[in-house]
Design a protein around this ligand. Structure first.
Ligand code: IPD
Ligand code: CA
Ligand code: CA
Length: 254
């Protein structure tokens, strides 16, 4: 089954890559900051058609079309284009993210970093890989030498949930803080040891389902800001190399 997940994640990525830099329709979802393009929709309908054909009984939770619940023990959690704002503005950092859950537990996570042609894959209990290369989180134990990443929710103006304060605090403690604009890619780079830690508030299930497994299977830890276990419906995420986890929790709660 993982081969099928990889196949459709790649196919969706190829559709989106084809559209990058071309003229396409851009609509807003509720606010001027939250965008959806015709490629978010094309990617999602391609993925859902594939699942309907290959696994017709499986349930689906997808960003643009919501819940397709058929009472199956399998649930596909789909972000058809993560990093839509980047895509819409011509910045080549965006991805396709598909996680598959069985009985509420994520068993497969696949993320395609489209413009780098990098496919990140993970299967519960079997490690994480990028284009077949095994991934490990960083070994850095010193937050002063760490490079961290975050993102900001679309509703930051109404409900920042200390997002600005956290950003400033980490800028003072870390070597550098980055903001790429694709949560799925933030997870992949954390799994690969490029980033030592990633935190964000108000993520949705499709932003984190695949990425959480990819980090965990690379030896990392993913919790909320108090160190508690989370599921895909939890809003806060802290994903790290495990070693700097407690120090990041202390800074988040300063
Ligand atoms: C967004 C990106 C971004 C994160 C936002 C997400 P979208 O997803 O992952 O990095 O900061 O919270 O909503 O809308 O581009 O799929
Ligand atoms: Ca997303
Ligand atoms: Ca999206």
């Amino acid at each position: 089954m993982i081969d099928k997940v990889i196949q459709i994640t790649r196919e969706a990525g190829e559709i989106v890559r084809e559209g990058f830099g071309k003229n396409f329709s851009i609509e807003t979802k509720g606010s001027l900051t939250n965008l959806v393009t015709e490629y978010d929709k094309k990617s999602e309908s391609t993925i859902i058609d594939f699942i309907k054909k290959e696994f017709p009984s499986h349930s689906v939770l997808a960003e643009e079309s919501g819940n397709h619940d058929y009472g199956s023990k399998y649930l596909w959690v789909i972000d058809p284009l993560d990093g839509t704002t980047n895509f819409a503005h011509g910045l080549p950092i965006f991805s396709i993210s598909i996680g598959v859950q069985k009985d509420g537990k994520t068993i497969y996570g696949v993320i395609y970093d489209v413009m780098r042609d990098a496919i990140y894959t993970s299967e519960l209990g079997s490690g994480s890989f990028c284009n077949g290369r095994k991934l490990s989180v960083s070994q850095n134990a010193d937050i002063r030498k760490s490079v961290l990443v975050t993102g900001f929710p679309y509703n930051i103006a109404e409900n920042p949930n200390h997002a600005f304060e956290h950003f400033i605090a980490f800028l003072k403690h870390a070597r550098a803080v980055r903001r790429l604009g694709s949560a799925a890619i933030d997870f992949c780079y954390t799994a690969e040891g490029v980033f030592d830690g990633f935190w964000e508030v108000f993520l949705n299930p499709w932003d984190m389902c695949a990425g959480k497994l990819i980090v965990e299977e690379a030896g990392g830890l993913v919790t909320d800001f108090n160190g508690n276990e989370i599921n895909i419906f939890s809003k806060q995420i802290l994903a790290t190399n495990n070693i700097i986890h407690n120090e990041m929790i202390s800074i988040l709660n300063e």
